[in-house]
Design a protein around this ligand. Sequence first.
Ligand code: ZN
Ligand code: ZN
Length: 141
Amino acid sequence: MSNSDIYQNELTAHGIRPTAVRMMILKAMHMFDTAFSMSDMEQAIETVDKSTVFRTLALFAERHLIHDIDDGSGSVKYSLCMGDNSPRDHMHVHFTCERCHKTVCIRHVQVPMVSLPRGFTLHDVNYVLKGICPDCNKESV
Ligand SMILES: [Zn+2]
Ligand SMILES: [Zn+2]
């Protein structure tokens, strides 16, 4: 299977019609090793106009191909959802490095479950840890 087949399958598996632009944006997403912002994506694919990038990211998020992370930086970051399409996949913690300002998914660490008082319904959890990432820790040694 070629790379473009993989991207095509990834889109159709999420109920997204694979267009050339969507494939291009998905491919660019796979290039990021950390969560990316809207402007990171714009810089990665300069040939696609801003509103198309915006609409595509919104569609991908709606179909759970990507998830958004509010890391407190002021701009929403996005990251690919891995593996299953279950809500559990989104319930992992995120880590923001205070030095290099990169945000990563810590996929194997689940958000601790909280029990809410009566009358509250939980829809979303934004669990962002802050500190120094392994790369920056290495530099300071
Ligand atoms: Zn760092
Ligand atoms: Zn994540």
